[in-house]
Design a protein around this ligand. Structure first.
Ligand code: SF4
Ligand code: SF4
Length: 98
């Protein structure tokens, strides 16, 4: 299982701060193809810590992703398979402007 970030994500970045295994990565802000933050399904340990800190409630367990967001499960995986994946980022730079 994994947790999934859906298109409700508004790039608050709070999830990154609480993930114990650092498996949440912001799509690079200058890359419009990857506008969300993404969870690496191979590393996520299903702890659920990211769920309550997400202001727009954008994160769901894999099997509870809403019907209209089901495509985002694959999107999160693809970000790490064929997308930018991990990189060294400054969270303050990657958060949406506050
Ligand atoms: S806390 Fe929620 S809105 Fe913020 S980056 Fe994480 S998933 Fe996106
Ligand atoms: S469920 Fe836990 S391990 Fe998985 S992304 Fe959220 S905080 Fe990280």
């Amino acid at each position: 299982m994994t947790y999934v970030i859906t298109e409700l994500c508004t790039r608050e970045g709070d999830c990154v701060e609480v993930c114990p295994v650092d498996c949440i990565v912001p799509g690079p802000k200058d890359d419009p193809q990857w506008p969300l933050f993404y969870i690496d399904p191979d590393v996520c340990i299903d702890c659920g810590a990211c769920v309550p800190v997400c202001p727009p409630e954008a994160i769901f367990p894999e099997f509870e992703v809403p019907e209209d967001q089901q495509h985002t499960t694959q999107l999160n995986a693809d970000y790490f398979i064929s997308g930018p994946g991990y990189y060294e980022f400054d969270l303050e730079e990657q958060r949406r402007p506050r």
